[in-house]
Design a binder for this molecule. Sequence first.
Ligand code: ADP
Length: 351
Amino acid sequence: MTSLTDALLVINAGSSSVKYRVFSLNDLSPLAADKITRIGESGSAVQSFKQAFELILKDTQPFNIKAAAHRVVHGGTFYHAPVFVTPEVIKNLASLNGFAPLHQPHNLQAIAIMAEIFPDLPQFADFDTAFHVGHDPVYDAYALPEYLRNMGLRRFGFHGLSYQSICDQIKRDRPELYPKKLIIAHLGNGASICAVENGKSIDSTMGLTALEGLPMGTRSGSIDPGLLLFLGQEQNQSFDDISDILYHQSGLLGLSGISNDVKELSASSNPSAAFALDYFSHKVAQHVCMMMSSLGGMEALILTGGIGENSNIIRKNIEKRLSFLPTFESLIWPTDEENSIARNVKELLKI
Ligand code: ADP
């Protein structure tokens, strides 16, 4: 009987979906992949995360899975690199749930379910915040009193696994570009921009939470903090109401009143859809300039993520708005977050 290929299972769990990919531990070639969506929604064949993971484990039977590696959005000040998951790690990561309510609890739920149905499998967590570790404090601080800054209330930045993927690919495919001043815009349902030099993150538009910076599918991005005080103090909105507005009702959805989806908005003849797309492009261009200030220029702008890789309307609008700048190279590059996780965790397994 032939022996099964040693493999790593990479898992990216969201609020109603799980994406997975199986990599050969030998050369990191992809062996299998799928995305289970609409978990728990009415009419969906998959009614629970447990059921989704049972399906995934069935799909991975032809391989000798040595470990599972999870995308975890927030590592806080606890973790700067991937870690082996222990009960203490879970406790630390759960303490960050409030800083990433759309992602962190779902990432941890995936780890818990895997531990339940596959108790002997070693599990690792890799973080979207890790790529941004080492920023100059001037980019990470909020202008708050010292006692609040000492509580760890500072900017972290996210989408690091995507930025790492782009940097790794550039190093491989365009090595002359790698040491340059790059601005990478990850534009998907979540969106942020990162200033990179020599493959290192210098600054990013996201902060303590994944709300800061660009408007997104349903998230507001940066707004006047006084507006939140007004909603609470004058409109008697609860924290839950405000949270729901900022995370679920705003961004492209809030602006258009139609959809959070760029493809859908691009196909609409409604002026509010055009306004939302124009507003998003303007904010991207504006935040690119902000990142240029941190970086001291820009030699290439790289767009990635579902919107960055596919939307001509958004790309052309951003380029037009930045046409006053000295020449820079404008590139589209597909991201591969799962590959970043596989590379990072493979390194760890060697130790
Ligand atoms: P997530 O952050 O959930 O991984 P994605 O990176 O897949 O999301 O990005 C989703 C966004 O990309 C949606 O707004 C979607 O409309 C947009 N998108 C995907 N394909 C296209 C396309 N061909 N044209 C325009 N927008 C697209």
